[in-house]
Design a protein around this ligand. Structure first.
Ligand code: GAL
Length: 340
């Protein structure tokens, strides 16, 4: 073979083989691949083919990129630490794992069996910091505090700052709400009273002003501002077991809030899921609100699933349709049922 031919052959082999190896993780036999379809309740492979680990999560949009943060509960983790994972996506469907952006030892006096749950990240445009809130507790859930960690970038590493009870109140499950005008709120469950919605301080490093106390004992609290109304949803207090989630509406965050009503047929227990967030996507043709829930698997937490469905919403009504595979076109905001 002359030299030129050998160089050409090498170039062809290099061009063909390199991308195959680059993608090897997702091409391994038996490894699922990231797909265009969202399948509520099924394994959701990230772009490496691994089941997404972002439980009890929250999502923010920075320019054209969505960042999904959640509890990292992968098998084989060093359990000395608690971890928060981060994934990014342009279309809310294909998610790239960006790493465990918080890896934390028990803060100050907490014991090794402490709890870090439901992380949510806010971007503060004034300080240019990413501020993470999470539920901090002991193994019996008696501490009831939020923790804060900060970072200059969305994808870590976040540094732990402090823990406290927001406005002096107990806080277990937390939810994140950013209004259309950019104001940031924390939703938190205060066991004896109900759940509270409170505005964050200017730098997001504190919880500053209570907007409302909704006197319903609910957790997994989430809010969306849709067509001039605020919709709040949440679950009953049944731990990892699913229950019928409910919603109420109000013209302002201060209320008055309507009575709570079911979001799905009661007997389905929200199709086995629990609310964690409501995401509003404003497309060129349609505005869609996605119910983002967790299907917990307490014995094998790594195998907990996600339950995302576009909601039927408007005129003060909200309904979670029965689960089926679906697709989202992020540009238009249109959704369609997927046959595959
Ligand atoms: C759920 C809560 C979860 C977790 C669990 C523990 O009600 O939403 O985040 O705290 O209880 O039992």
């Amino acid at each position: 073979m002359n030299k030129l031919l050998r160089v050409a052959l090498f170039a062809v082999v290099f061009i063909v083989v390199t991308p195959i190896f680059a993608n090897a993780k997702s091409l391994l036999p038996g490894k699922p691949v990231s797909s265009d379809t969202i399948r509520p309740g099924e394994i959701w492979p990230d772009t490496d083919g691994n089941h997404i680990q972002a439980h009890g999560g929250g999502i923010i949009k920075i320019k054209n990129t969505y960042f999904w943060y959640g509890e990292q509960r992968e098998q084989g983790l060093d359990t000395t630490y608690r971890y928060v994972s981060c994934y990014s996506s342009k279309d809310l469907t294909h998610w790239k794992f960006r790493g465990n952006v918080l890896k934390m030892l028990p803060p100050d006096t907490l014991k090794s069996n402490w709890i870090l749950e439901r992380p949510k990240v806010y971007y503060n445009a004034k300080t240019k910091k990413y501020v993470m809130y999470f539920h901090v507790d002991d193994s019996k859930y008696r501490i009831a505090q939020v923790g804060i960690a900060v970072c200059d970038k969305p994808d870590g590493d976040f540094t732990y700052v402090k823990r406290f009870r927001p406005l002096g109140h107990e806080s277990r499950d937390i939810g994140q709400f950013i209004d259309d005008d950019g104001t940031a709120y924390l939703v938190f469950e205060d066991r004896k009273f109900g759940f509270r919605i409170a505005r964050l301080s200017d730098d997001y490093m504190d919880v500053e002003k209570e907007m409302t106390l909704v006197k319903e004992h609910m957790e997994g609290g989430a809010i969306v501002h849709y067509d001039g109304l605020y919709y709040a949803i949440g679950s009953a207090l049944t731990g990892w077991k699913a229950n019928p989630n409910k919603y109420a509406t109000a013209p302002t965050l201060e209320g008055p809030w309507t009575e709570f009503q079911d979001i799905a047929p009661v007997e389905t227990n929200t199709y086995g899921s629990q609310s964690t967030m409501l995401i509003k996507v404003v497309g060129s043709k349609n505005t869609v609100v996605i119910f983002m829930g967790d299907k917990w698997n307490p014995k094998n937490q790594w195998n907990s699933r996600y339950f995302w469905m576009p909601l039927e919403i408007g005129d003060g009504k909200l309904w979670l349709p029965k689960p089926q595979p679906w697709k989202l076109t992020i540009k238009t905001g249109k959704t369609s049922v997927s046959s595959k």
